[in-house]
Ligand binder design. Structure first.
Ligand code: MN
Ligand code: MN
Length: 299
């Protein structure tokens, strides 16, 4: 897009801002409630209900990642896990009519304040260099430098991303390290910047569990529960991710297995570092403006 085509006061950007404002408030209120002994489910449901009360919709299930987990973990239907003295990443999203905001925060109950701080400082350094024409590789270099300076590694196979209409992940990717083959940001781009830091090697891999899903393609199924689930998915979530616990049909887990087997729905396996290491995360959504950027999820 050229500058003359972008109107940052248009309805689309107002909805991005409204989503960001709700999300900033919900992130802080939710993080305050994370304590040893509180259940993951209580925290996820608190955030998702609060988003709806404030006039938004959850853009994806609240991700609650513990210790070596980095992303894609959310409570199952009758999850009774509780927080211990752990490193906890909360990743939360809001949309207004499909226009998104995406944010994350680490709540450290593990006694590793520097690891929790590294991605926060890396994100601030990244935001400082954003302006029209900035290369995504330069943003990644800022992130890598700050996290290196703390003596940790950035997670290099997770990236920030553009936010499309009803799409949580679109181009461009925003790397968490210096890369030479990037792209440039332009006025009007809406992107999520999300540094991850770890005391591990800096590469996450897929774990066994899967609680977050999204629609892969249109299709038809015969089973009643699978059909009910599919109509809720296509009407309510469209192409945005959802959790098993959001499905209103009875036998939701069976319905999802059928939708997965037909390749109508795909799952997102939990992404994690090797056992014994910790991962921290911080994320904001920004809109590139003529003289820098506007952070929509700042409180
Ligand atoms: Mn996120
Ligand atoms: Mn994101």
């Amino acid at each position: 897009m050229t500058e003359s085509e972008v109107d940052l006061t248009s309805e689309q950007y107002e909805k991005h801002r409204e989503a960001g404002e709700i999300l900033a408030q919900v992130r802080e209120e939710t993080a305050e409630r994370v304590e040893v002994g509180v259940t993951h489910l209580e925290i996820a449901e608190y955030a998702e209900d609060r988003i709806r009360e404030l006039g938004g919709k959850p853009a994806f299930p609240v991700n609650i990642s513990i210790d070596e987990e980095a992303a894609h973990a959310t409570p199952s239907i009758d999850d009774d896990s509780t927080f211990g003295e752990e490193m906890i990443n909360l990743d939360i999203g809001v949309h207004i009519d499909g226009w998104l905001a995406d944010t994350a925060i680490t709540v450290d109950l593990s006694g590793n304040p520097e690891l929790a701080e590294a991605p926060e400082q890396a994100l601030e350094a990244a935001i400082d260099v954003i302006e029209p024409g900035v290369e995504t590789g330069e943003i990644g270099a800022e992130i890598e430098d700050v996290i290196d300076g703390y003596g940790f590694n950035p997670v290099v196979n997770l990236t920030g991303h553009g936010l499309g209409h009803w799409e949580q992940h679109t181009s461009p990717n925003i790397p968490n390290r210096a890369v030479s083959q990037g792209t440039t940001l332009e006025v009007g781009d809406v992107v999520a910047i999300e540094p991850f830091a770890t005391d591990g090697g800096g590469k996450v891999s897929e774990g066994a569990s899967e609680e977050i899903f999204s629609l892969e393609r249109e299709g038809t199924v015969r089973n009643r529960q699978a059909r009910d689930a599919l109509s809720q998915i296509t009407e309510e979530f469209r192409t945005l991710p959802f959790a098993t616990r959001w499905l209103e049909t009875d036998r939701a887990e069976m319905a999802l297995r059928r939708l997965k087997r037909s390749d109508i729905v795909h799952g997102y396996p939990v992404l994690k570092e090797d056992d014994g290491y910790l991962v921290s995360q911080k994320e904001h959504t920004i809109i590139v403006t003529e003289d820098g950027c506007e952070v929509t999820t700042r409180n």
